[in-house]
Ligand binder design. Structure first.
Ligand code: URA
Length: 249
C-alpha cells in the first residue's frame, strides 16, 4: 500500500465507524471541512487540488481506487463499473455519456449496437479500438437508460479528468450532447455546435454526434465523418477516399 492508499483506507474506516455511530456528531470540531464534506457527501474528490498527474501512477491504480464506488446513487443499481478501455497512452480518446445495458453487463464501454458503429467509425479512420481509448463521463449505468444527472456527472468527472491526465491524448472526441455539455459548456447544443474545435484541460476536443443518434438518423453519419476528417490529419491519418482518388490520377 502506498501512502495515498493508506490514507484513503483510513478515511474509509473512519467513515464507516462514524456512519455506524449515532453518538459521534459529524460536525465534531476535530474534523476539517474537507473531512466533514467527505463523510457527509462522499468524496467530492478534487483531482485538481490533489494534483491530477501525481495522484495516481496508472489507469490500473485509478480503476482500483474507484472499484466498489458508492459516491453517487448510480452505485446502487449498476452491475459493473465501466471504467474505460484501450491504449493507456492513446493519441485519441473518445468520451461517451454513460454505460448502457450491454456495457453494464460486460463492464466494457461501447459494446452494444452504438458501440459497433463506433468501432466502424474508428476503423474507417484507419485505426483499431486497441489504438484509441474509449470511456464515458459517468462510469455507471443510469437506470432505465435515463440521462445521467448533474450530481452524478460532477461526482464522476474528476475520474475522467484523472484518466485524461494519465493518458495525455493529442485529441479528445466527445460523443453526443451530454459529454460535450460536461466537458465543454453546459449550454452546448449538439446540432448547432458539433464539428467545431474546443479545448478540455488544454487538449483539442472535437464534439460530434453520439453513435446511438446515428442509428436513428443515418443522415447524420456524413457530419460525423466530416468531424473525423478534422481529427485525422492532426493524427497523421490519411482519408482513405482521398488516397483512392490520388491513385486514380
Ligand atoms: N452509450 C454511451 O454513451 N456509452 C457507452 O459506453 C455505451 C453507450
Amino acid at each position: 500500500m502506498n501512502v495515498r492508499e493508506e490514507v484513503m483506507d483510513l478515511v474509509g474506516q473512519i467513515k464507516r465507524q462514524l456512519r455506524n455511530s449515532q453518538e459521534i456528531r459529524l460536525d465534531a470540531p476535530f474534523l476539517s471541512t474537507t473531512s466533514l464534506h467527505y463523510l457527509k457527501e462522499g468524496p467530492q474528490l478534487d483531482v485538481a487540488a490533489l494534483g491530477e498527474e501525481s495522484c495516481w501512477n496508472s489507469l490500473k491504480e485509478l480503476e482500483g481506487f474507484i472499484s466498489n464506488c458508492d459516491r453517487c446513487k448510480l452505485g446502487r443499481e449498476r452491475k459493473n463499473i465501466v471504467f474505460g478501455e484501450g491504449l493507456a497512452d492513446a493519441r485519441l480518446v473518445f468520451v461517451g455519456e454513460a454505460p448502457g445495458m450491454d456495457e453494464d453487463v460486460t463492464g466494457k464501454p461501447f459494446v452494444g449496437a452504438a458501440g459497433k458503429l463506433l468501432t466502424d467509425i474508428i476503423k474507417a479512420m484507419g485505426l483499431t479500438r486497441d489504438e484509441v481509448y474509449i470511456c464515458n463521463v459517468v462510469k455507471c449505468h443510469p437506470p432505465r437508460n435515463r440521462d445521467p444527472e448533474s450530481d452524478e456527472i460532477s461526482m464522476c468527472l474528476p475520474f475522467l479528468k484523472a484518466q485524461i491526465s494519465l493518458i495525455k491524448p493529442k485529441i479528445i472526441c466527445t460523443l453526443g450532447r451530454i459529454s460535450a455539455q460536461s466537458l465543454v459548456d453546459k449550454d452546448f447544443k449538439i446540432t448547432r455546435d458539433r464539428g467545431g474545435w474546443r479545448y478540455f484541460m488544454g487538449i483539442p476536443l472535437m464534439p460530434t454526434y453520439h453513435p446511438a443518434y446515428l442509428l436513428r438518423y443515418s443522415q447524420a453519419k456524413r457530419h460525423v465523418w466530416e468531424d473525423m476528417q478534422e481529427i485525422m490529419p492532426k493524427l497523421g491519418l490519411k482519408d482513405p477516399r482521398r488516397l483512392k482518388d490520388q491513385n486514380r490520377n
